[in-house]
Write a protein that binds this ligand. Structure first.
Ligand code: FMN
Length: 264
């Protein structure tokens, strides 16, 4: 059974973003039925969760996420749902060329996972909807965030929908890209394509590995985490053993080590 957590980053429960997700879910479930795969989708509306904005106290970075002073809100519930799923769809309306405030709060509160990646082994699809503008920056923010948490980036889907577009019109206009994104996400989960990381993910891992190898004797939450995962061992090539050609590992590792020289 593959589980997908689908997060709607808009307060509008029947807005463009939710409508695009309805279409995506339909295509995902159709593929699952066609190919006799068991897929379960859980949709959550971020607006229904009590998420307080990060205050920048750094407790999660320095003492562990369990010490967050905002810990009695709903972040932990979401965090557990993310861990329980094999795949993630994170969808946001574009607000002033960026993710919505709801999504930014969710990302900021999970910033500790950039230091201690924990969603390796999972694939994620990034979705944005705009009135008339551009998707690039918003999708880059989302993609950079989730890949630094360890997710395999399955794809990016951008939909232009004005203020509010009927679902049937969205379906007619965006049938192909929605279908492609749905098929790719299911395939990535099913074929474990997170074990075929992108060059960027391999370089990011190599940079972090070189930095934590340098700091491995430090008694910090981050250094301990990297050590306990076995990621500071020279033989470790990625969060999980990748199906990647050794030459590619050598190359990305060399690039990562060169970049790591400029990081304290
Ligand atoms: C506060 C606010 C800011 C917005 N900023 C932009 C923007 O910068 N560029 C754009 O093309 N559309 C912008 N829009 C339009 C929304 O991105 C677009 O209508 C989106 O599909 C709404 O999704 P929803 O119905 O799921 O909330 C904005 C809408 C709001 C309410």
């Amino acid at each position: 059974m593959a589980k997908i957590l689908s997060i709607v980053g808009s307060y509008r429960k029947n807005g463009n973003t939710a409508r695009v997700l309805n279409l995506l879910h339909e295509d995902i479930l159709n593929k699952a039925e066609r190919e006799n795969i068991s897929v379960e989708i859980e949709t959550v509306f971020l607006g229904e969760f009590n998420l307080n904005p990060c205050r920048g106290c750094r407790c999660c970075f320095d003492r562990g996420e369990d010490t967050c002073p905002l810990g009695d809100d709903d972040l932990n519930t979401l965090f557990k749902k993310m861990h329980a799923a094999d795949g993630l769809i994170i969808a946001t309306p574009v607000y002033v060329n960026d993710v919505s405030g709801l999504v930014k709060t969710w990302m900021d509160r999970l910033a500790f996972a950039c230091h201690r990646p924990q969603f390796h082994g999972k694939s994620a699809l990034v979705v944005s909807t705009v009135g008339t503008g551009i998707h690039g920056y918003t999708q880059d923010v989302l993609a950079a965030g989730i890949t630094s948490w360890g997710y395999h980036l399955s794809g990016k889907l951008g939909i232009t929908g004005g203020a509010l577009t009927p679902q049937a019109d969205l379906a007619a206009r965006y049938q192909k890209p929605i279908h492609r994104a749905a098929e790719k996400l299911v395939t990535d989960i099913q074929k474990e394509n997170h074990l075929r990381p992108s060059l960027r993910s391999l370089v990011t891992f190599a940079v972090q590995q070189a930095v934590w190898q340098r700091h491995q004797d430090e008694d910090t939450v981050d250094a301990r985490y990297w050590h306990e995962q076995g990621w500071t061992k020279p033989s470790t090539r990625f969060y999980l053993p990748p199906r990647t050609q050794p030459i590619v590992i050598l190359l990305t590792r060399a690039i990562g080590r060169a970049i790591a020289r400029f990081i304290a």
